[in-house]
Design a protein. Structure first.
Length: 149
């Protein structure tokens, strides 16, 4: 996978969101939705704060972007997320018809690729994985290492 400057730039913003989650003692996953080079939605995990298992970073970012655009389809947008989406988020990504999905670290326990060999996304969606993978994975390792002490 070849990383381009734009993908790295927006993944760094998603990593900043993941750091916010980490500081709030949430699983450190961050996400941003970008349209025409501009961030229109952002989020990080809020499952503990909201006591809501659906309050994942991707869901927060998708909801914010849809509200910004005034519609449910994000077919001209890219989602940047620090960790491979779970199957729940993958379903929401598919329904929102995101054009591109860019993620950093794989999730071998709960990522969508663990559960299906078929992409759950819109047929025209493009998936890019491994962007800043090590940086994204390190935040997760650090968080869970701290939890296990």
């Amino acid at each position: 996978m070849i990383e381009n400057d734009e993908d790295r730039h927006f993944m760094k913003v998603a990593i900043d969101e993941a750091r916010r989650a980490y500081e709030e003692d949430e699983v450190p996953i961050g996400a941003v939705v970008v349209s025409k080079g501009r961030i229109i939605g952002r989020g990080h995990n809020l499952t503990e704060k909201l006591n809501d298992v659906t309050a994942h970073a991707e869901m927060q970012a998708i909801t914010a972007a849809a509200n910004y655009l005034g519609g449910k389809y994000l077919d001209d947008c890219t989602l940047y997320v620090t960790v491979e989406p779970c199957i729940m988020c993958a379903g929401a990504i598919g329904w929102s018809q995101l054009k591109r999905i860019v993620y950093g670290a794989p999730d071998t326990k709960r990522g969508f690729t663990t559960f299906t060999s078929r992409t759950p996304f819109h047929p025209k969606s493009v998936v890019v994985s491994g962007v800043m993978e090590e940086e994204c994975a390190e935040i997760m390792r650090s968080f869970f290492s701290r939890k296990r002490k």
